[in-house]
Design a protein around this ligand. Structure first.
Ligand SMILES: Cc1cc2nc3c(=O)[nH]c(=O)nc-3n(C[C@H](O)[C@H](O)[C@H](O)COP(=O)(O)OP(=O)(O)OC[C@H]3O[C@@H](n4cnc5c(N)ncnc54)[C@H](O)[C@@H]3O)c2cc1C
Length: 385
């Protein structure tokens, strides 16, 4: 991928924003279990950072997706995983379908304020009984006059305690599971929507996660994105951007793990020599850095093809799979070289170790990525009747 001056300027803008507005506060926000999401999103919105690839008509920058991937990479400078994830939910998870398939009225009402940072969004796909098996979700949105009446619940919803809207995947008919679902925009202050207390998590501590309940929630049918029954397909498309964001977002954090570990291993001496002078250690760190470069190359390749309008389901799934696997490998190997210091809660590598664990689970677990890749390689056995 060839980067232009504009890409570099975007990198600089995000770096300055992260250095000045986010990183100085991350330790406190990690302790608090939340960050001032409305304030940070408003500042990011003022810089145009929440609408990089979104249509200019609704306040976006109208740039191609390579700029969003550069942004995802730069958000990885944040010294935790939770805040980049919250930002990614807003930019690459709950708004791509709205931006591409939403009516102008809907985009005016939800996309424009999301891009400006005036509204926080969340994406409601997973349920207690349906995470990997998206087609098996049970929440219903049934027609009543001009409205939908929504009943059900969504589990592990990032940003939901602070969100102004949820982009909801629900069953709008009894038809086949891949063609009976619709994506519906639901304002979170609608009567009948309620949110559980924050869920207590292993990592991603500064992002807010909760369960969302829908009890006879009534919204107009015009809040549906695109055609009825096309929700599953749109969500699968929306997952492509989520997965590219996820892979790109890992790169800088993993490099930080390697870099801080190198610094520590130069300082720390055992048996009269610096840890870094042990071949087993400096070879391992060089190998991990090489793997990170390979992930970067794969992510850029998928992005380049995506920008060219190609279907990148296979490459984006590979990048997501590799990001999850490599995240665990890098953070685990680096933590080892910090010894007892690595086991301390506030150690930066220990935080990365906890945070990156999610990448192999959320947004499609590793095994789901492998299933997609197998299918596209033509080696997935058919279901036995
Ligand atoms: C912190 C956090 C934030 C999240 N944010 C959101 C959000 O904002 N919106 C949202 O909709 N969801 C969100 N999720 C949900 C997330 O996407 C799901 O947890 C994920 O898709 C896995 O679903 P599950 O937990 O139900 O696992 P299950 O589907 O129960 O699967 C459990 C495990 O079984 C394995 N597995 C599953 N199926 C197969 C198979 N066919 N073959 C082999 N192995 C398999 C996998 O290893 C998987 O991890 C979030 C989750 C977390 C933890």
């Amino acid at each position: 991928m060839i980067f232009t001056q504009e890409h570099e300027e975007l990198r600089r803008t995000i770096k300055n924003f992260v250095d000045n507005e986010i990183n100085p506060h991350v330790d406190q926000w990690e302790k608090d279990g939340r960050f001032p999401i409305h304030e940070i999103f408003k500042k990011a919105g003022n810089l145009g950072l929440l609408g990089i690839s979104k249509p200019e008509q609704f306040g976006g920058m109208g740039l191609d997706y390579s700029f969003s991937v550069v942004a995802a990479e730069e958000w990885g400078r944040i010294h935790c995983g939770g805040i980049p994830m919250s930002i990614g939910v807003q930019t690459d998870m709950c708004t791509p379908a709205l931006a591409r398939f939403g009516s102008d009225d809907l985009r005016e009402e939800f996309l424009k304020p999301a891009i400006a940072g005036d509204m926080v969004g969340c994406i409601g796909v997973s349920e207690v009984g349906a995470g990997s098996d998206v087609a098996g979700l049970k929440t219903t949105a049934l027609k009543d006059g001009d409205d939908y009446v929504i009943n059900g619940s969504k589990m592990w919803i990032t940003n939901s305690p602070s969100a102004d809207f949820i982009c909801l995947l629900a069953n709008t008919s009894d038809g086949k599971p891949h063609s009976n679902k619709s994506l519906i925009m639901v304002p979170m202050n609608t009567k009948g929507v309620s949110v559980s207390p924050h869920l207590d998590k292993l990592g991603m501590r500064s992002s807010e996660t909760a369960q969302v309940f829908f009890d006879n929630v009534r919204v107009p049918q015009r809040y549906r994105i695109g055609g009825e029954g096309t929700g599953f397909m749109m969500q699968m498309l929306q997952f492509q951007e989520e997965r590219l964001f996820g892979a790109a977002n890992m790169l800088k954090g993993l490099e930080r793990c390697v870099d801080t570990t190198i610094e520590y291993c130069k300082e720390r001496k055992t048996f009269g020599q610096a840890l870094i002078d042990n071949q087993v250690i400096h070879f391992r760190l060089a190998e991990l850095q090489s793997e990170i470069e390979a992930l970067r190359a794969l992510t850029y390749q998928a992005t380049e093809l995506y920008v060219a309008g190609k279907d990148v389901t296979k490459l984006a799934s590979m990048a997501k799979l590799k990001a999850g696997r490599l995240g665990r490998e890098v953070s685990d190997a680096c933590l080892q070289y910090w010894g007892g210091m690595g086991f301390m809660w506030d150690n930066p590598v220990s935080r990365a170790y906890r945070d990156v664990r999610l990448v192999s689970i959320g947004g499609g677990a590793d095994e789901i990525m492998l299933g997609i890749i197998c299918k596209l390689m033509g080696i997935l056995p058919g279901k036995k009747k």
